[in-house]
Design a protein around this ligand. Structure first.
Ligand code: HEC
Length: 152
């Protein structure tokens, strides 16, 4: 009787350990995915900036594609903040994301809608794109300074 209770307890603990490990793996996977999406936003933003500054010859299709990437990556990114993914995987997301998720999403929604506006402007030429891209770029810092912890 005593022995089986102990064994039962050990088995239960083992189960908890397995579940906890699985949850950690899922969280790290989620974190890796969202970092990857933001890297894509970073790359697309760099292309947008180079096109806007004339560092690479203006190309409406390239500009449009980059802005489309920003908007669609945001849409996927915002779904990758489940409870349990606050820490680990070298995340730089601040705990504030979970405290003020509505505001965080609003800021991201603005990024996505400014990107869609810039995507439309791309067809009207370099000057139109430059102005619209300036609006897109303002969103990065506005969100990062609140919702990202700067690593030392
Ligand atoms: C609404 C909030 C928000 C906006 C807007 C935003 N970001 Fe981010 N960004 C984040 C968060 C949160 C992280 C941290 C993700 C993590 O580490 O889990 C991040 C991380 C990053 C990273 C690091 C990715 C990595 O390798 O870990 C880059 C690069 C980046 N953002 C670029 C940009 C650029 C460029 C823009 C503007 C075009 C932008 N972000 C707009 C919230 C935002």
């Amino acid at each position: 009787m005593f022995k089986s209770t102990v064994l039962g307890g050990v088995a239960a603990l083992a189960t908890i350990a397995v579940v906890a490990t699985a949850a950690t793996v899922v969280a790290q996977d989620t974190i890796a995915q969202r970092k990857e999406l933001m890297k894509g936003v970073g790359g697309a933003s760099k292309t947008g900036s180079q096109l806007a500054k004339g560092e690479i010859p203006y190309d409406a299709a390239k500009a449009s594609e980059a802005m489309g990437t920003i908007a669609s990556n945001w849409a996927a990114f915002t779904k990758l903040f489940p409870k349990g993914s606050e820490t680990g995987g070298e995340t730089t997301a601040s705990p504030k994301v979970w405290e003020s998720f509505k505001d965080f999403e609003d800021k991201g929604q603005k990024l996505a809608s400014d990107a869609v506006t810039a995507q439309k402007a791309a067809a009207s030429g370099a000057d139109a794109f430059k102005g619209a891209f300036g609006e897109v770029a303002k969103n990065c810092r506005a969100c990062h300074e609140v919702y990202r912890v700067q690593k030392k």
